[in-house]
Design a protein around this ligand. Structure first.
Ligand code: TXA
Ligand code: MG
Length: 316
């Protein structure tokens, strides 16, 4: 495995690895993705194996142009409106698969739907254009762990199974994309992200939210425990208890502060890197986190924090 700074040569080499069926980790505006040619079943299988991801949890298909979607899925008017408004960008749309969709059924976990997104990062876009294939790409972390927002955050165990990592610097948004299911009427928000519900509703009308309880599980990103550091979390903390590392926000100061100025977009881009930095079981017993206002991208931050703080399944 090599870590290569982003350059036209690195992207050409990565495209060759992908065309030959290998895996490449690459930056997007949200988090680093672990990519494979979505049409090659053997390559997609390597993603699930490398992450330790349950095969019933489908992957997002990344496209280089909006027009690629017509060959994969059955878009409708709402899709056209949203893609025209928010793509390239951190919005994933779930559509019905075309019967002749060339994407491996492994990507969509054998289901009738397919999640598509056009990322807004020059490296991701150049890579997609160089490969000229849709790329299946989950976040480049071990299943259940925190997503990487810097190339150096990619776990060694995972990195050893990847042909190449393209280092494009830190990710601008820092939280995974908004996931919206367009196969239901009204559409259903499956995962909050940087594209907020208000902006989506302004474009296409009412959206169903609150599908977070496990009995209505539709997207495994909704599993209770997810995005978790090793240490337990205590949310809405305004003080530091013995053994705790405090992750501050605004006036609540701690070992680190997500944004002293109280800017939610800054907090989102710092969140995963700061959780990693404080995740030291030899030093702390718990990570306490200051209250984050539940508006704008604060909604997505609180969603990830709730999952990170949720009881962990015993998986061995
Ligand atoms: O920002 C992102 O979306 C990043 C970057 C790399 O693009 N990717 C990412 O992928 O977060 P992943 O695999 O970590 O999360 C994808 C989410 C999961 O919650 C998955 O269950 C859901 O999207 N998903 C994928 N395909 C789906 C489908 N057909 N129906 C419903 N949910 C789907
Ligand atoms: Mg993920």
């Amino acid at each position: 495995m090599t870590v290569a700074p982003a350059s036209p040569e690195a992207i050409a080499r990565a495209a060759e690895i992908l065309r030959r069926g290998g895996l490449v980790a690459f930056p997007t505006e949200t988090v680093y993705g672990l990519g494979a040619d979505a049409t090659l079943g053997d390559s997609v299988a390597k993603i699930y194996a490398a992450k330790g991801r349950p095969s019933r949890n489908p992957l997002i298909v990344h496209v280089g142009e909006r027009e690629w979607v017509a060959g994969l899925a059955i878009p409708d008017g709402r899709f056209d409106k949203l893609a025209r408004t928010f793509w390239p960008g951190p919005l994933t749309l779930v559509l019905n698969r075309r019967p002749d969709c060339p994407v491996s059924p492994l990507v969509t976990a054998g289901g009738a739907t397919i999640a598509v997104r056009m990322p807004d990062h020059p490296v991701a876009r150049d890579l997609l254009k160089a490969v000229r294939r849709p790329l299946a790409a989950p976040s480049a972390n071990l299943s259940g762990r925190v997503s990487p927002t810097r190339a150096t955050d990619i776990d060694d165990q995972l990195a050893s199974q990847i042909g190449m990592i393209i280092d494009g610097g830190p990710c601008r948004v820092g939280l995974e994309s908004t996931v919206l299911d367009l196969t239901s009427h009204p559409p259903t928000l499956l995962r909050p992200g940087a594209i907020g519900i208000d902006a989506i509703e302004a474009a296409i009308g009412p959206v169903e939210t609150g599908h977070e309880s496990p009995d209505v599980l539709r997207s495994p990103g909704q599993l209770a425990s997810h995005y978790a550091p090793l240490l337990p979390l205590r949310l809405n903390a305004t003080d530091r208890r013995p053994g705790e590392a405090l992750l501050g926000f605004g006036p609540v100061n701690g070992e680190l502060n997500l944004s002293k100025e109280g800017e939610l977009a800054v907090a989102a881009s710092n969140l995963f890197a700061m959780l990693r930095a404080l995740d030291q079981p030899a030093v702390y017993r718990t990570i306490a986190i200051a209250p984050i206002p539940n508006r704008d991208i604060g909604i997505a931050i609180n969603d990830r924090l709730r999952r990170a703080a949720a009881p962990r399944p015993i998986t061995g």
